[in-house]
Design a protein around this ligand. Sequence first.
Ligand SMILES: [Zn+2]
Ligand SMILES: [Zn+2]
Length: 153
Amino acid sequence: MISVLVSRITPEGILLEGEDKFNFNGDVSENILSAPLIKYKLRISLIDNGIVATGSASTIITCTCDRCTDVFDKTIINNEICHFYEKTNKNEIDLTDDIHEDILILFPHKLLCNDLCKGICFKCGKKLNVEKCICNIDSEDASTWNSLNKLKL
Ligand SMILES: [Zn+2]
Ligand SMILES: [Zn+2]
């Protein structure tokens, strides 16, 4: 839980820093294996009718590549966090959902180990980042050669 006690906030503002368990639900993508922690560093300031939280939060997600299925880690950072909370009679303000949401909205739709990831060959199952296969070339060449052979005959 990420929270702040209003009574602790000094006129110059305070720094709120720490880690929180990240309970994202797997619906985001089944290829995200884990995102254990959110790290946050927020500046909490008092203003007339409430408080403002600004700063950054980040997490490292472990996921499988949509193309080649390799497992890799990806860092997600939001440096533009800014939330306003109106003053109520409660002393404790809960920032948890907002900060988690700030990270969730940055989860990529496509999870690629590398933008240039070549993926897996549909025919032979080789990982094309690691080794080349001749499936595509083979079929094209084969047909070309076949027609050439026919011409010769
Ligand atoms: Zn990949
Ligand atoms: Zn192949």
